[in-house]
Design a protein. Structure first.
Length: 223
């Protein structure tokens, strides 16, 4: 991924850690890659988050530790979205999810929920569930009214998980489905642009061959 030049320096706090960490050592995501448990890190200042420098290798995998998408500089926001879409939701498939007591019962996050909800993510750092599509494309008006569940605020009432997950998806006009449509349109837009450049390249090549053939025919007639 291309980097963009920035003149401001990013402060490095003593407690900073590798941002790509997302799970305990030995735990695996759906892609099978190993990850390590991220230590709590202080919130970065807004000035730092507004940086116009972007490096996909610095993306924070754990959804509980991510910078809100609105705090990225508008000039690189689509770059961030594209990188997260390419990585896919952070889904751990081989991990000992911690149990906690809910109404006298011990409950924990279940990895098989990922099969039903492709948008679902799990934060090792916070033991909470999040939604990648809403993180990337949820309408700003929803965040401004405090409806930030599954984006900046996670969910961890595992006893009611399936009910709440389905309610989060909601009807056709829900904010989640709106975010999902925006996500799909964003991906289709990128594919359309690639297709346009590919088609234009082919047309240029065909035109070049036609012109070259015409020139060669003229040369033959003159010799």
């Amino acid at each position: 991924m291309d980097k963009f030049v920035i003149k401001t320096k990013r402060p490095r706090s003593p407690g900073s850690v590798n941002k790509n960490s997302g799970a305990k050592s030995g735990a695996k995501t759906d892609s099978g890659s190993n990850a390590s448990v991220p230590n709590p890190i202080p919130n970065a200042p807004v000035e730092e988050r507004a940086s116009t420098e972007f490096n996909s290798e610095e993306l924070i995998s754990d959804p509980g530790l991510r910078i809100p998408i609105a705090e990225y500089n508008v000039n690189i926001r689509d770059q961030v979205r594209r990188a997260y879409i390419a990585k896919g939701p952070f889904q751990i498939t081989d991990y000992n999810f911690p149990k906690k007591q809910l109404n006298k019962e011990m409950r924990s996050f279940q990895a098989n929920w990922f099969k039903e909800f492709d948008w679902l993510e799990y934060s090792v750092a916070k033991d909470e569930a999040y939604c990648l599509w809403c993180y990337l494309f949820k309408p700003d008006r929803e965040e401004n009214t405090g409806k930030n569940a599954f984006t900046t605020a996670g969910f961890n009432n595992w006893k009611k998980a399936l009910v709440v997950f389905r309610a989060h998806v909601g009807s056709v006009g829900s904010s989640h489905n709106e975010a999902t449509r925006h996500c799909q349109a964003f991906k289709n837009q990128r594919q359309s642009i690639s297709h346009i450049f590919s088609a234009q390249g082919y047309e240029i090549e065909v035109d070049y061959r036609k012109r070259l053939t015409a020139v060669l025919n003229v040369i033959r007639l003159q010799t």
